[in-house]
Design a protein around this ligand. Structure first.
Ligand code: SF4
Ligand code: SF4
Ligand code: FES
Length: 255
């Protein structure tokens, strides 16, 4: 134990024997031909307010500098720290160790390309999905750069903002049975984006155009409606409502 770690505050000052945490962490470097997928075990003394971000950084600083994982914002905003925490997709930076049993098993999100250990390339997946679904406002109107910003009804702007809260963490994709089985499935994150652009009055696409993009088994009709996505979404997006609404609209658009 380093001098620094000795000075950490135990969870309960009156209980010097605070929990010893055991971390079982997935290890694999796909770029190393000698690397085999396995779990490594690390132990750590739990401290007050410890998050998995803090724990993983301590392990890397004090026990294994080669451990790979991603964090950027540490505030549940960038979406980069999503991983399987005892089998459930969630954001590591927002997860307190106190909310978990003393043995914590961490693994990378499935579906996405593995970079190494707990780090996956969600950006590549999200970029491909966004290109396929054309997740931008489609309009024939030439933008007037001198004009005032177009006004929008506050209630509608609020509805769009609610769907814009998605941080592209990938938890809904990792928790989705269809996405695990069907590589090209666009996931709740993609379907949520379609719902968002369908709402936007500046987007001139009609339901026929949206049907071309998601009216098939890699889109809305591949969704089994079991709502694993909504259960694990760390931003609590209303995915169930959006997906059900979109399915109804696309079923009519396809007739
Ligand atoms: S409801 Fe659809 S998108 Fe959500 S987890 Fe189930 S199959 Fe995937
Ligand atoms: S819908 Fe939720 S779980 Fe899915 S990528 Fe967005 S924030 Fe993450
Ligand atoms: S580090 Fe940004 S969401 Fe966790």
């Amino acid at each position: 134990m380093t001098q620094d770690s000795k000075q950490r505050i135990p969870v309960n000052e009156s209980e010097p024997n605070s929990r010893q945490l055991t971390f079982e962490i997935f290890r694999f470097n796909p770029l190393d031909p000698g690397s085999e997928p396995h779990f490594d075990t690390f132990t750590l003394e739990e401290t007050a307010g410890m998050t998995l971000f803090i724990a993983l950084n301590l392990i890397r600083e004090e026990q294994d500098p080669s451990l790979q994982f991603d964090f950027v914002c540490r505030a549940g905003i960038c979406g980069s720290c999503a991983m399987l925490i005892n089998g459930r997709p969630d954001l590591a930076c927002r997860t307190l160790t106190q909310a978990l049993p003393s043995t914590i098993r961490l693994a990378p999100l499935p579906v996405f390309e593995l970079i190494g250990d707990l780090s996956v390339n969600t950006g590549k997946w999200m970029h491909g999905m966004s290109e396929r679904l054309q997740t931008w406002v489609h309009t024939e109107t030439e933008p007037d750069l001198d004009a005032m910003e177009a006004a929008m009804e506050p209630a509608l702007a609020e509805q769009i903002y609610e769907l814009e809260r998605c941080i592209e963490c990938g938890c809904c994709v990792a928790g989705c049975g269809t996405a695990v089985m069907r590589e090209a499935f666009v996931g709740a994150v993609g379907l949520n984006k379609m719902a968002r652009f369908r709402l936007d009055p500046r987007d001139e696409r009609d339901d026929g155009a949206f049907y071309e993009l998601i009216g098939h088994d890699d889109g809305i009709f591949g969704c089994m409606s079991l709502m694993g996505c909504q259960d694990v979404c760390p931003k609590a997006l209303p995915l169930q409502t959006q997906l059900a609404f979109l399915r109804r609209k696309m079923a009519f658009a396809g007739i």
